[in-house]
Design a protein around this ligand. Structure first.
Ligand SMILES: Nc1ncnc2c1ncn2[C@@H]1O[C@H](COP(=O)(O)OP(=O)(O)OP(=O)(O)O)[C@@H](O)[C@H]1O
Length: 670
């Protein structure tokens, strides 16, 4: 009876593709043997001297390298036995294998020996789409492969299928060992995968993730954790589990449409292409709220942009009759502060009267005005709303409030379960809408990290705990999977309050900060950084991104890099599209929830990061500074394998100070 579970790596799957068909068919048997007993006592395996690594014969020519521990056998890679396979000393001693029981099979189907870098036969055999063949056949070394504008998945398959040229097999297997593992439920699933019957395998969750997923809860559940701890992953698996448990109508939601777009692929991989048919709705709160609003109030409304809101606010302040000294104080607060006060303090919480406004506990904005001023702000708010309405405009917050009123009146709960990712950026009204749309409050899952809140919103969870009947449970994820150990140690030092989580055992370079005011040289250095990172981690160069605090700066870098021969493109918030053919330059604000192998953050310069908003109160400046520090923290935490930051030499950012005090960053002045 088998007692070991099997996990696999992408490299194992990719290298299985190199196998001739007859040998592929042998894999389930080999895996079954390992399931029964992965130790050399099984009569088929050999331990590699000096390291915790084993190999088992697939056939005379092919070896499967694996590890085992805690009742799990992890299949790393299948390697064809040639002179390269046993480059290293430890692996050289194969004489002992000769006495083992070897599976003898006719290996005629093996591939022809290679003359050029890649051959059409190989590409066909590895099932690389035809459209890429011409470009792939034109290259003559591995480095060129990394710069081809084709989907990263195919480049990774080719790299895994080719014999390693630079690294020893031990080094290569060590790298593979640190990558994600997937669960192979049945030995025969590998054959089904190779025949196209199975498209994906499920990730092997960590113990803490597994525990949260299987927890029986009668309350809303909040899953907290720092960047990269797998909160989104858990949200996907939670959705899958809910379906398995028989829940028919599930809402999966998050903060904006571009993140919804990003989630579609992993959710489909886990659940299937027909999400809607399976009962999973993927929508933002605002999509849901406007659907509800339109059903009652019709389609004839215009959504007020920030510019319109500010313009109307300016005209109200200009025209309103109040004591001049108070008016001056209000003007001194600044239009941006006033708009935040209206949208974040008043509307996002659904405040309906001046009394209520005066009594609420403060959060979000740093500065609390005096009572007299607050009364006038309320008056301005009422007038501002009237002007907006007269001009046919409404705010997103207004739509949410109205939708909530409708839901409260009509009791239109529709979802059996709701999963919310990035809940820290949803307002109390938004969360309340979602709670009301859930038929049962005990199937309500949120993930959040308050250190990653980009808005000045209060954390709706705390608010709901205080003011509503929804008492929930909180669970925390502690292990981060995203970054190398070096990046994982460095970015938390940007915010002193953040504790370093426990990190994956992936290793890389310490992240570098280069201080220079020579922007042309900066573009050249960025190109070198991407080239070196891509080569070091054997990942396609176009998986790298540049994150900029300012559009013009970003556009300049995109132009300059393209000029230096590395195709690059600036993409704004609304125009994100993951490209395989250029380096993307993105705004700092737009990368929440995303991750990239190589990240360059530019603009660590006083005036850019942080960028002071003039005219705001001193307490408010402090809050703004905190927000921008968080933005920098989030940007750096997106980097999976290598991170480079650029700042000014002559106007260094104040955010640099705490980073000089530790040993986690390499700081260089040019
Ligand atoms: N058990 C696991 N094994 C391997 N990789 C994992 C595991 N859990 C998560 N990951 C990987 O870690 C990375 C981060 O996961 P995820 O995006 O879910 O984190 P997050 O907590 O939502 O991060 P953020 O708050 O920064 O958005 C992803 O690449 C994911 O595949």
């Amino acid at each position: 009876m088998s007692s070991w579970s099997i996990s696999i790596t992408d490299s194992f799957l990719n290298s299985s593709l190199t196998l001739p068909n007859k040998i592929r068919d042998k894999l389930p048997d080999v895996i079954e043997k390992l399931k029964n007993n992965p130790k050399p006592t099984n009569g088929h395996s050999v331990k590699i001297k000096g390291i915790d690594l084993w190999r088992i014969y697939v056939t005379h020519r092919y070896r499967l390298f694996y590890k085992y521990d805690n009742q799990w056998v992890k299949l790393l890679k299948i390697v064809e036995r040639d002179k390269d396979t046993y480059k290293s000393e430890n692996l050289m001693s194969i004489a002992e294998e000769e006495s083992l029981c070897v599976i003898k099979i006719d290996e005629d189907e093996s591939l022809p020996t290679q003359s050029s870098f890649l051959t059409s036969e190989q590409l066909e055999h590895w099932e690389i789409p035809k459209e890429y063949h011409e470009r792939l056949l034109s290259i003559d070394q591995e480095d060129d492969l990394l710069e081809l504008p084709i989907e990263p998945k195919w480049i990774e398959i080719i790299i895994d299928c080719l014999p390693s040229r630079e690294k020893s097999i031990e080094e290569e297997l060590d790298l593979i060992d640190k990558k994600a593992e997937y669960v192979l439920e049945e030995s025969d699933d590998i054959r089904k995968y190779l025949q196209g019957e199975i498209k994906n395998f499920y990730l092997k969750l960590s113990e803490e993730q597994e525990k949260i997923l299987n927890q029986k809860n009668d309350y809303p559940l909040l899953i907290k954790g720092g960047p990269g701890t797998g909160k989104s992953i858990l949200a996907y698996y939670q959705t899958k589990k809910l379906l398995k448990d028989g829940y028919k109508k599930i809402l999966f939601t998050t903060i904006n449409p571009s993140l919804i777009e990003y989630y579609i692929k992993p959710l489909k991989a886990l659940i299937g292409d027909d999400l809607q048919a399976k009962g999973v709705t993927l929508k933002t709160v605002d999509e849901l709220a406007s659907e509800i609003y339109r059903r009652s109030y019709g389609e004839r409304y215009k959504l007020a942009t920030e510019e319109i809101c500010l313009f109307c606010l300016k005209s109200v302040i200009h025209e309103i009759t109040i004591i001049p000294s108070i008016k001056n104080q209000i003007i001194n607060l600044g239009l941006n502060y006033l708009l935040d006060e209206i949208l974040i303090v008043i509307e996002s919480r659904g405040i309906e009267s001046c009394d209520e406004y005066l009594q609420i506990s403060r959060f979000g904005l740093g500065y609390k005005p005096e009572k007299q001023i607050m009364e006038q702000i309320w008056e301005i708010y009422v007038q501002w709303k009237k002007i907006l309405r007269k001009s046919g405009y409404i705010t997103t917050e207004h739509i949410r409030q109205k939708a909530l009123e409708i839901i409260n009146k009509k009791n239109t709960s529709v979802f059996n379960a709701i999963v919310i990712d990035e809940a820290q950026d949803l307002s109390p009204v938004a969360i309340e809408i979602l709670m009301k749309l859930a038929i049962s409050k005990n199937k309500f899952y949120l993930t959040a990290d308050t250190e990653q809140s980009l808005k000045k919103l209060p954390f709706a969870w705390d608010f709901l705990q205080d003011e509503n009947e929804y008492k929930g449970e909180i669970r925390t994820l502690n292990r981060s999977f995203r970054n190398t150990e070096q990046i994982g140690k460095a970015y938390p030092s940007i915010i002193s309050s953040v504790e370093t989580a426990s990190f994956s055992n992936l290793r890389g370079e310490k992240p570098k900060i280069i201080l220079t005011d020579d922007l042309l040289n900066q573009a050249k250095l960025i190109k070198v950084f991407f080239k070196q990172s891509s080569k070091k981690f054997k990942l396609p160069i176009y998986t790298g991104v540049i994150l900029s605090p300012e559009r013009q700066y970003g556009e300049f870098l995109a132009r300059q890099l393209s000029f230096y021969g590395l195709a690059s493109e600036y993409q704004d918030k609304l125009n994100h599209n993951s490209s395989n053919s250029c380096i993307r330059v993105l705004s700092l604000e737009s990368v929440k929830g995303l991750e990239f192998p190589f990240v360059v953050v530019v603009g660590l310069t006083e005036g850019l990061l942080p960028n002071y908003i003039n005219n705001s109160h001193r307490d408010e400046q402090k809050e703004l500074l905190k927000q921008q520090r968080q933005l920098f923290y989030i940007a750096c935490s997106r980097a999976m394998r290598s991170l480079l930051v650029f700042g000014s030499k002559n106007q260094p950012s104040s955010f640099l100070e705490p980073l000089r005090e530790n040993d986690y960053w390499q700081i260089e002045v040019l």
